[in-house]
Write a protein that binds this ligand. Structure first.
Ligand SMILES: [Zn+2]
Length: 353
């Protein structure tokens, strides 16, 4: 039977409203501790966590259209068994069975935040990394960008973990599960999804702990960081602040900061110095360091092959935003390319199970 258009629209609008409500719930779900360690200079934590921009709003404005950008929330979808519960609830097409494709979500740049640190500590690291006069070549700024990328990545994951705890047992969840014609125990799937997220979070927690140590040992802040900085003119304007895994278990902090004017962007890849990481990322003799290799690869992809670049970055980072204007521009991406991207995103999830 054909469903009358006005009913369909009503259902679609209801699902969009639900998706927005859930996004907001995830954004503010994190209750965990402030991710900046206590030091005497900064003072004690304030009781409340702040909604922190993981990429400074001043750096997002150049890629936004009417204050909005596109975002992929790949992380909210840990495996095919569990993924759709997150993707399905968050995508704006709840009424359709469209798990074969994952499209980016439209998001207000004011809401590209997570509760990562308390009000007192938002300034010392997060607000400095937001500044317009951020000097991407300065070691202290590189440290703060890297620290925020890793703390922000953990906050994103923990927001989702806390969210899944909060929705457990809610009636709409069961209804949604049944409406999709899927069998099985929804709570069990939710638990499985959460365990996968928790495992990922533990890996980032370990890395963050090392950055927290460096933050406290101020005199080593500069000398213990290795960065590679480059500039690109991407076909599609993007922004990123995330932990990034170029190889299994080898995470680095990746930041892509759009320039205030024009199409240029700065790529900063940062890691902390430690014996094993230096060996791994520095290369030998005349060999290029792995950090500058990552930077050059990202630059090349975004300048020449935006379709592959988007898929790669969305799959490998936790916080990755794209200009709507560029993404929807048929002179930059064809309809077929956009479709390919959406299918690639969905396929990743299927093999990951
Ligand atoms: Zn604090």
């Amino acid at each position: 039977m054909r469903i009358p258009r006005n009913y369909r629209n009503a259902a679609l609008n209801a699902s969009k409203a639900k998706a927005r409500e859930l996004r907001e719930a995830i954004r503010t779900a994190r209750t965990g501790p402030c991710l900046i360690p206590l030091n005497e200079e900064d003072g004690p934590c304030s009781p409340e966590l702040n909604n922190c921009h993981l990429i400074g709003i001043n750096h997002l404005k150049p890629i936004a259209k009417n204050g909005h950008v596109y975002e992929w929330d790949m992380i909210q979808i840990p495996s095919v068994t569990n993924n759709w519960i997150f993707h399905g609830t968050l995508s704006e097409d709840l009424t359709q069975n469209s798990f074969g494709e994952i499209h980016p979500a439209d998001i207000n740049i004011q809401k590209c935040t997570r509760r990562a640190v308390c009000k007192t500590h938002d300034g010392p690291v997060f607000r400095v990394a937001d500044r317009l006069d951020l000097d991407t070549e300065a070691p202290e700024h590189q440290f703060k960008m890297g620290f925020r990328a890793i703390a922000g990545s953990l906050a994103l994951l923990e927001s989702l973990i806390d969210f899944t705890k909060g929705i457990s047992g809610e009636a709409w969840l069961n209804e949604f599960w049944v409406s999709k014609g899927l069998a099985g125990d929804v709570e069990r799937h939710l638990d499985n999804g959460r365990h996968i997220l928790e495992r990922r979070a533990r890996g980032i927690q370990k890395e963050l702990a090392r950055w927290q140590e460096l933050y406290l040992a101020k005199d080593q802040r500069e000398s213990r960081i290795i960065s590679s900085v480059g500039t690109m003119t991407p076909m599609i304007r993007v922004a990123c602040s995330s932990i990034y895994y170029p190889r299994p278990g080898k995470g680095v902090a990746l930041n892509i900061i759009p320039a205030q004017t024009g199409r240029k962007a700065t790529i900063v890849v940062t890691t902390r110095k430690s014996k094993s990481i230096v060996e791994h990322f520095r290369g030998h003799g005349g060999q290029k360091s792995a950090l500058s290799g990552i930077r050059d690869q990202i630059k090349l992809l975004f300048e020449e092959d935006p379709e592959t670049a988007i898929v790669q970055l969305a799959q490998n980072t936790l916080h990755f935003l794209v200009s709507k204007e560029d993404f929807d521009n048929p002179n930059i991406l064809t309809e077929t390319q956009r479709h390919t991207i959406a299918v690639s995103m969905a396929n990743t999830l299927h093999v990951e199970n």
